[in-house]
Write a new protein. Structure first.
Length: 196
């Protein structure tokens, strides 16, 4: 099967399973791990998909070290971090833990926050090695189109290229900004005109 077919099959499975998935651990096992597998990562290889990853700079809270849900590595370099939320929760990076890991692991250029349905991709466009506050790409496994699949291919293990992802992220942020500007101009051309 090809990548498109893998994502289509996973989408069907998520649609069937989602209502039965309760809590973060169930979300990880039933929804997120199959997604990582569809992206070409060997979810059974602990040197490639590292669950409950603890970095050497981790902060200890209440007697336990902070962990990121998954660290994904290619050739022993951590390239992506994944923070899981329970299905039904918003996929937001609100606790700062993910950004601390992202900022501390210099080889990491992509961070994902997900609830198993929505995947929000972050990088460091504004300040080098500092995770942006807004995602540059969002993917919903239940609502996507061909362009979304083309964009998702950047994160597949076989295609993963930091330079290409950075260029893509810059383009997405630029297009989003231009779209907002044009939308504002169309909604209220007189106020936009007076600001020049």
């Amino acid at each position: 099967m090809g990548f498109i077919e893998d994502i289509t099959k996973l989408s069907e499975q998520v649609r069937k399973r989602a209502d039965q998935v309760v809590g973060e651990e169930a979300t990880k096992m039933a929804l997120i791990v199959p997604f990582l597998s569809a992206l070409g990562y060997d979810v059974y290889d602990p040197s490639e998909v590292m669950p409950e990853y603890v970095a050497d700079f981790a902060i200890k809270k209440a007697g336990q070290f902070e962990k990121v849900d998954y660290a994904l590595a290619i050739n022993n370099n951590i390239v992506m971090l994944v923070e899981a939320k329970a299905r039904g929760q918003k996929a937001e990076a609100h606790d700062g833990q993910l950004s601390r890991y992202f900022n501390g692991l210099l080889t990491t250029k992509v961070a994902i926050v997900t609830n198993g349905v929505e995947y929000r991709f972050f990088t460091d466009l504004r300040d080098k090695n500092v995770m942006d506050k807004e995602p540059f790409f969002s993917f919903n496994i239940l609502e996507y189109d061909t362009k979304d699949i083309d964009n998702l291919k950047f994160f597949h293990r076989d295609n993963f290229d930091v330079t290409a992802i950075t260029n893509y992220a810059e383009e997405m942020v630029y297009v989003k900004g231009m779209t907002q500007l044009l939308g504002n101009l169309l909604r209220s051309p007189s106020s936009a005109k007076s600001s020049y």
